[in-house]
Design a protein around this ligand. Structure first.
Ligand code: PAF
Length: 279
């Protein structure tokens, strides 16, 4: 597995490839959810294709009150995870190489970014779209893999690829969960043992609401009530949305998603599950 720091070294490596190039963008602090994304990339690339993972803690997707300095950076373990899951190369650009001091061009998605996490984290998806667009231009993948855990991010990246004609295919990978249902996330590391024991109640509440009830409004109400009962939890949002447009889900005629964001101690946990159409 190659570690490539500069854009020149990445480009020189990329130039020699002929088969599929499957890309997994990450910010590091890799866990078994990322490992599943990279393993999926490996299967998709096949023996003739190549898998490239980027590890770049993107400063412009963090708000002024979000502590990027506290984000874990276990690089040695990250490289082990990449190697174990079958990556051929890891791209580790520096902030200085990615962002010149006089940068003035950004990628702004203006519709799907205004709801859910976009409402609570202004500027976040502008930072995500900008860095992902840059990484697509640098890596030039044939495919890129994103986790369904960040459903809104996935929907926005799909829209960006469509609207800006990026010549690649976006592949969605299902959320990886711990055995108690908690969605795997780098942010779970911020939970104290007590908070970690409470955290699975979020997914349990989502499942209970979505299986017992049919109407999206009733599902969201039940979810809000259940989250409010979890000690130490503070609800950021709970919403039922259309899976593609992220518009509010009015009925169960089309594919929906139940999405939630909850503060638990220092961690802001997000999760989503499908609300399939009902016959
Ligand atoms: O999902 C993430 O880890 C990040 O938002 C991404 C896509 C790597 C962009 O920095």
């Amino acid at each position: 597995m190659k570690s490539l720091i500069t854009m020149e070294s990445l480009r020189a490596w990329r130039k020699k490839l002929t088969g599929k190039v499957v890309f997994v963008p990450t910010m590091g602090a890799l866990h078994h959810g990322h490992e599943a994304l990279i393993a999926r990339a490996r299967r998709l690339a096949g023996p003739k294709g190549s898998v490239v993972v980027s590890i770049f803690l993107n400063p412009i997707q963090f708000g002024p009150r979000e502590d990027i300095a506290a984000y874990p950076k276990p690089l040695k373990n990250d490289l082990l995870v990449c190697r174990r899951a079958g990556a051929d190369a890891v791209f580790l650009p520096t902030v200085a190489d990615m962002y010149g001091p006089d940068r003035s061009v950004f990628v702004d998605e203006e519709s799907l970014s205004s709801v859910l996490c976009g409402r609570s984290r202004p500027g976040h998806f502008r930072g995500v779209c900008t860095v992902v667009a840059k990484l697509f231009n640098i890596v030039q993948p044939t495919h890129a893999i994103f986790g369904e855990k960040d459903w809104q991010q996935l929907a926005i990246i799909r829209r960006m690829v469509r609207d800006l004609n990026f010549p690649l295919e976006i592949v969605a990978s299902p959320t990886v969960r711990e055995s108690d249902g908690l969605a795997a996330s780098s942010r779970n590391a911020y939970l104290t043992p007590e908070e970690r024991a409470l955290a699975p109640q979020i997914h349990a509440a989502m499942q209970a609401a979505a299986t017992k009830l049919k109407d999206p409004v009733a599902i969201v109400k039940a979810l809000v009530r259940a989250v409010e009962k979890i000690p130490k939890a503070r609800l950021d949002y709970a919403e039922a949305v259309e899976a593609v447009t992220l518009d509010s889900l009015k009925n169960r005629k089309s594919e929906g998603r139940l999405a939630v964001a909850v503060f638990l101690g220092k961690a802001r946990l997000i999760d989503n599950i499908p609300l399939p159409p009902l016959k």
